[in-house]
Design a protein around this ligand. Sequence first.
Ligand SMILES: C[S@@+](CC[C@H](N)C(=O)[O-])C[C@H]1O[C@@H](n2cnc3c(N)ncnc32)[C@H](O)[C@@H]1O
Length: 212
Amino acid sequence: MAYDRKDRFYRKAKEKGFKSRAAFKLIEINKKFNLMRPGMQVIDLGCAPGGWLQVIAQEIGPSGKVVGVDLEPIHGIVERNLCLIQGDINQQPIQRRISAELGRRVDLVVSDMAPNLSGVKFQDHYNSYLLAQMALHCCSLFLRERGGFVVKIFPGEELENYKKALKERFAKVQTFLPEATRKTSIDMYLISSGFIPPKTETPTAISAVGAS
Ligand SMILES: C[S@@+](CC[C@H](N)C(=O)[O-])C[C@H]1O[C@@H](n2cnc3c(N)ncnc32)[C@H](O)[C@@H]1O
């Protein structure tokens, strides 16, 4: 076994009733960057099995709303302030379903999406970069002006290009490596705030909703 699956965070997740150890990464990120508040609307991309969803639902409270999307089904999360969509975020019908769930542009987009690992470092990095690009596209579609964005990316050749693209759309971009990331893991998070919407966005259902 390459890592201790039942490490400290795995056991803590079980104890606290979180669906995944990933929950602690978002708790750490939120503690440091103070991203979430009651009443917020949030999109959680790559939300299965649901640890981040649980943390978000708790932070935004009953007056907030979180829309979670994943290729995989999500089971056993009963918070009332969430909506779950199963499907591929690259597909326009899935993007339209997100729009239909929202009454306005959201305050925060988070993406913990990860590709299936091939074991080939460049390929895994590149696939992660493509998912991160899609998550950034979702900001253009759904995020309000000055909103926040958290995205996972595996480090590699395209990282600097990606950061450059982020800096064109956000006032502030920071890098964060959570303690709850496994020693063997390659994920890093980019935390951005102060979203600057593109001037000419392809119209989508959300365009009709407008910024809050
Ligand atoms: C590391 S897991 C997310 C863990 C989650 N944040 C949690 O707290 O439980 C990454 C997820 O990204 C999802 N994913 C990968 N590609 C996707 C895509 N194109 N559309 C939607 N979800 C995707 C995978 O199905 C997987 O469940």
